[in-house]
Design a protein around this ligand. Structure first.
Ligand SMILES: Nc1ncnc2c1ncn2[C@@H]1O[C@H](COP(=O)(O)OP(=O)(O)O)[C@@H](O)[C@H]1O
Ligand SMILES: Cc1ncsc1CCOP(=O)(O)O
Ligand SMILES: [Mg+2]
Length: 271
């Protein structure tokens, strides 16, 4: 537990370079958020340089929020380079299931790239794993049991998953972390899910254990949102206050504020 809550120190020490191939809505916020936590961002979409850039990076983030066929080609080139180099790859399946094209491209990426972790809301992760859910653009209709979705998805995909929402579930099928931090204002600012996926990539670059790195990133992020929301109550100022909190929140604040439960899967199944 103490290691998980202090992982932000490892990120600030290592200052990992995260290569993001992400959507047009969140490019700027993602870059600023990565700087705020002490990491470094680079955005590079061209097929001509995607592999070279991934080769220079410490982690790769693939996000299909405003995908095009050429961009998917770049993602696969970057993903293969990242796999070859052995750096972590985070996949954010934004809006998967909203259109057949998006679903086909998500499958193509997963078929060609070894992804370290998938991070999405419950509908996205469920749809990716063949469960029924409804997307309204990039927003999810409320889903029932996040833990059931996460467990089914990790089993189906063979990849650790992070399902986010009012509470967050992180699992690789044998261990489950549940985190109950965060704030509803996160849903009133676009790109907070996408930024979280990039933050997860930075934590993975700084800490080898995948589930611990994911829990460290998600817990830190949720605590930062609570700190930001204590200073403001509306989305415009929250967007800025959240960047400031990502910069200021330290491991002591995370340790004092995190609401994290860790369970092994046998315990979950007997409940
Ligand atoms: N109702 C909520 N209360 C508290 N935190 C939330 C709530 N909904 C989402 N979050 C947080 O917002 C962040 C983005 O998650 P989410 O909204 O599920 O992603 P996306 O924007 O990709 O749909 C996560 O840190 C999550 O914990
Ligand atoms: C609004 C929108 N449309 C396409 S991508 C995007 C941003 C989605 O960001 P997030 O998933 O973090 O809310
Ligand atoms: Mg999203």
């Amino acid at each position: 537990m103490s290691e998980i809550t202090s992982l932000v120190n490892k990120v600030r020490e290592k200052q990992p370079l995260v290569h993001n191939i992400t959507n047009q809505v969140v490019i700027n916020y993602t870059a600023n958020g990565l700087y705020a936590i002490g990491a470094a961002p680079v955005m590079a979409n061209a097929v001509e340089e995607a592999a070279d850039m991934a080769n220079n990076a410490d982690a790769l983030l693939l996000n299909i929020g405003t995908l095009t066929t050429v961009q998917v080609d770049a993602m696969i080139l970057a993903g293969k380079a990242a796999n070859q180099k052995g750096i972590p790859v985070v996949f954010d399946p934004v809006g998967v299931g909203a259109t057949p094209y998006r679903s086909a491209m998500a499958k193509k990426i997963l078929d060609n790239v070894q992804v370290s972790v998938v991070r999405g809301n419950a509908a996205e992760v469920g749809l990716l794993a063949g469960l029924k859910a409804v997307m309204r653009g990039v927003d999810a209709e409320a889903q029932g049991d996040h833990q059931a979705v996460a467990l089914q998805a990790t089993k189906q995909l063979g990849i650790p998953v992070i399902v986010t929402g009012e509470h967050d579930v992180i699992t690789d099928g044998s261990k489950v972390f549940v985190i109950e931090n965060g704030h509803p204002l996160l849903t009133k600012v676009t790109g907070t899910g996408c930024l979280l996926s990039s933050v997860v990539a930075a934590f993975l670059a700084a800490h080898e254990n995948v589930l611990e790195a994911c829990a460290g990133a998600v817990g830190f992020y949720g605590v930062a949102a609570e700190v930001a929301a204590s200073h403001t109550s509306a989305p415009g100022t929250f967007q800025v206050a959240f960047l400031d909190a990502l910069y200021h929140v330290n491991s002591d604040v995370v340790t004092d504020t995190i609401k994290l439960t860790e369970r092994f899967i046998e315990e979950v199944e007997t409940k």
